[in-house]
Design a protein around this ligand. Structure first.
Ligand code: ARG
Length: 472
């Protein structure tokens, strides 16, 4: 943990980098209230990276000489090491990460440190820092998504032939394969992956050079700075550059969708691990017990992930509300963007990590799933389709099968458990080949087209997914 001095300053002009025009000290509470150092110290690396690039640009255009640039680079490198070791004294009196680092630099190298802020403002500095930080985080997040997708694909391949009931309205609908179900989750994550990469394009624009709001009178070279920082280009409008937080909102919205997906997976895992479903087992190391009920093994990881989706949605709304009434250009309101954004990233990375670790170890219970698929007349549609193949219009077939199901409900038998004569009471078109379609295997195997649940299709999807994932 980094050190933070909570002492307030004694004399404004001595301690504040902006103290020149002030006649009295900042009120102690106001100083703490307006400071962001307690949370924005997390941006120290990005702040330093941005400062080094800015200094190199100032040197290129002749504003800093060789010695000054060398001093700044050396000083910032030393501060970076100190910050990483948790040895930098962060001061609340110095308000934020930018002024803390600049003050420490000047303490170290003297006058050259005071030249670093030439042609920039904290407004373009913070906008640049967050973009640098978020770009890195997006790269981490997409690699976690990929890892989770790999786990799902593995599981889908292993369980391509495992049959469970598929549900609509949470009522048994038709038999499906477990692999097919896992590949549905894979598809959701694939869209999440694409959304993040698309959002990254808009993150990767450089506001630095916008200065406070109007640009600067120095002959800066923004293309050069952008290149040094690996941004795609400098922002085109300085007012927009310092005040735009769309990229953070867009990211949080993509994060909310990912959390929504993870929450849906969670809900299914919670149901499936219950004694009533009993479709899967989660290894003990991903579960916890109860302090009072000795028999309990609770699916805490999925439950927590489901619960955490709410806080990410909350952050999305915080950020949208934060922006909605702001006039151009920068306003201090924007300081409130950091905590929601940081927590969104931390929450999302934590949830993805937990799922990435857990999913490859999910154990299925095929017997139990099979039993469940045999209840609820999961192959009723197959019988209707069979009658259609024999020449009956679909609506009439639907009616016939409905009657057969009603008979099954009365007698406690699945369609596949009825004798041929029993089935024939409902339609003379039924012959003994009907049992090929009434079995669970026959039902899933028949859905053998792109996107269908047949094991053959699942394995094709698995193979296609693998070729996509190896390139990442
Ligand atoms: N801590 C501020 C933020 O997070 C940095 C920019 C402050 N700019 C200013 N003019 N007060 O937005």
């Amino acid at each position: 943990m980094a050190k933070t001095t909570l002492e307030t300053s004694t004399k404004a002009s001595e301690n504040k980098l902006w103290g020149g025009r002030f006649a009295e000290d900042t009120d102690a509470f106001v100083e703490a209230f307006t400071a962001s150092i307690l949370f924005d110290q997390r941006l120290a690396d990005q702040d330093i990276e941005g400062s080094v690039a800015h200094a190199r640009m100032l040197h290129k255009v002749g504003i800093l000489n060789d010695q000054e640039l060398a001093d700044i680079q050396e000083g910032l490198a030393a501060i970076k090491v100190q910050a990483a070791a948790g040895e930098l004294e962060w001061s609340v009196a110095l308000e934020d990460v930018h002024m803390n680092i600049e003050a420490r630099l000047t303490d170290r190298i003297g006058i050259a440190g005071k030249k670093l802020h030439t042609g920039r403002s904290r407004n373009d500095q913070i906008a640049t820092d967050i973009r640098l930080w978020l770009r890195e985080q997006v790269d981490l997040i997409v690699s976690e998504i990929t890892r989770l997708q790999q786990g799902l694909v593995e599981l889908a391949e292993r369980e391509a032939h495992t049959i469970l009931p598929g549900f609509t309205h949470l009522q048994v609908a038709q038999p499906i394969t477990f692999g097919h179900h896992m590949m549905a989750w894979y598809e959701m994550l694939e869209r999440d992956y694409e959304r993040l990469l698309d959002c990254r394009k808009r993150i990767n624009i450089m506001p630095l050079g916008s200065a406070a709001l109007a640009g600067t009178s120095y002959p800066i070279d923004r293309d050069f700075t952008a290149e040094l920082l690996h941004f795609d280009r400098p922002s085109r409008n300085s007012l927009d550059g310092v005040s735009d937080r769309d990229f953070a909102i867009e990211f949080t919205s993509a994060a909310s969708l990912i959390m929504m997906h993870l929450s849906r997976f969670s809900e299914e895992l919670v149901l499936w691990t219950s004694a009533q479903f009993d479709f899967i087992n989660l290894p003990d190391r991903f579960c916890t017990g109860s302090s009072i009920m000795p028999q309990k093994k609770n699916p805490d990881v999925p439950e927590l992930v489901r619960g955490k989706s709410g806080r990410v949605y909350g952050h999305l709304f915080s950020l949208m509300t934060l922006m909605k009434s702001q006039p151009l250009a920068y306003n201090k309101d924007n300081q409130e963007d950091k905590e929601p954004l940081f927590d969104t990233v931390d929450t999302l990375l934590g949830c993805l990590r937990a799922y990435g670790d857990m999913m490859p170890h999910v154990e299925t219970k095929p017997e139990s799933m099979r039993r469940a698929a045999m209840q609820g007349f999961a192959t009723a549609t197959d019988l209707a389709d069979y009658l259609v193949c024999k020449g009956m219009p679909f609506r009439d077939a639907h009616e016939v099968v409905g009657k057969a199901v009603a008979h099954g409900v009365q007698t406690g038998k699945d369609l596949s458990e009825m004798a041929l004569e029993e089935l024939q009471q409902f339609s003379g078109a039924i012959t003994d080949d009907v049992f090929d379609v009434l079995t669970l295997e026959g039902s899933v195997a028949a859905r053998n087209h792109v996107g269908g649940t047949a094991p053959e299709q699942v394995l094709l999807q698995v193979a296609a997914a693998k070729t996509v994932l190896v390139t990442r």
